[in-house]
Design a protein around this ligand. Structure first.
Ligand code: CP
Length: 307
């Protein structure tokens, strides 16, 4: 019998309580321990999960698909570019059409902030936000926090500096929310043009450049420079960004035990040197591995009500 979360859908990281996060982490520990290739769990047997990705994704989409399959769910994959959206069908009609086919859970990625909340308010199913615009990416924050918990044993008072393109980053927003719930000390580091205007609402201190961030932090959570979301002129020089806010191999080696994380995909040579990627304290691949098990837990916990 699985424990119950306080939520029926996951839209924002800040909707999670500490108890919710711990329930998800404990079940993740269980799946990591018990999973063997070829094994299937039956927590989602008889439940149908739709993967609705309106924006490109590799890690989130594949890991949610794998997670649902390992729990014996039926899955369907919705491609916006080949759907009736191209003929003018609305998002809400698309949801109701999929719902009429007997789907109970929706994993949604969309470029418009607020889409998952809008759909949640219009369905009896469960919505799992897989990233909406610049707003929120709660399962990334969960897998990042889980990775830190495994590596350090505890998140409370851990010094985490989120570095780079914070303005465009749903990963930054969700990590700030969840890490603060879990008691971490969070700072931010990035050029002024890539910080949100109303950044004070997060009550985070700043590091002026990457060297200051390295001196302070136990962990650098380095973000992708999201050039596809940038207005012209917002970042005059990639070389200058790399000089003050990118992490070079030499800078990384300067602090023993410094941990590097990145949600991917990485722009190597811009926010991070490629040589760092193979160092044991670079947890990028571990984050990806944990992503499958965190999503298994979340699907199993939120899917209970459909059994
Ligand atoms: N971290 C992340 O969301 O990666 P994808 O865009 O590949 O899903």
């Amino acid at each position: 019998m699985l424990k119950k979360l306080s939520i029926n859908s996951l839209i924002n990281a800040q909707d999670l309580s500490i108890e919710d996060a711990n329930i998800i982490f404990e079940l993740t520990d269980f799946y990591i321990k018990e999973y063997k290739p070829g094994i299937k769990f039956d927590e989602l047997k008889g439940v149908t999960v739709a993967m609705a990705f309106f924006e490109p994704s590799t890690r989130t989409k594949l890991s949610f698909e794998l997670a649902a399959k390992r729990l014996s769910a039926d899955t369907i994959s919705f491609q916006s570019s080949t759907s009736s959206l191209t003929k003018g069908e609305s998002l809400i009609d698309t949801l109701h059409t999929i719902e009429a086919m007997g789907v109970q859970m929706y994993v949604l990625r969309h470029s418009k902030s607020g889409s998952p909340k809008f759909l949640m308010e219009n369905t009896k199913g469960a919505i799992l936000n897989a990233g909406d615009g610049k707003h929120s990416h709660p399962t990334q924050a969960l897998l990042d926090a889980y990775t830190l918990r495994k590596h350090f044993g505890n998140i409370k008072n851990l010094k985490v500096c989120i570095c780079g393109d914070i303005l465009h980053s749903r990963v930054a927003r969700s990590n700030i929310e969840l890490l603060k719930i879990l008691g971490a000390d969070v700072r931010l580091c990035g050029p002024g043009t890539l910080l949100p205007r109303f950044i004070n609402i997060w009550n985070c201190e700043y590091c002026n450049d990457i060297n200051e961030a390295i001196d302070w932090a136990d962990v650098l959570l380095v973000l992708r420079l999201q050039r596809e979301r940038m207005e012209a002129g917002i970042l005059p020089s990639i070389r200058e960004f790399n000089k003050y806010f990118g992490v070079s191999y030499q800078q990384f080696l300067r602090k023993k035990d410094l941990v590097i994380m990145h949600p991917g995909p990485v722009n190597y040579g811009i926010e991070l040197d490629y040589n760092i990627s193979s160092h044991p304290n670079c947890l990028i691949q571990t984050q990806v591995t944990h992503g499958v098990f965190i999503r298994m837990s979340l699907l199993a916990l939120l899917g209970q009500r459909f059994k």
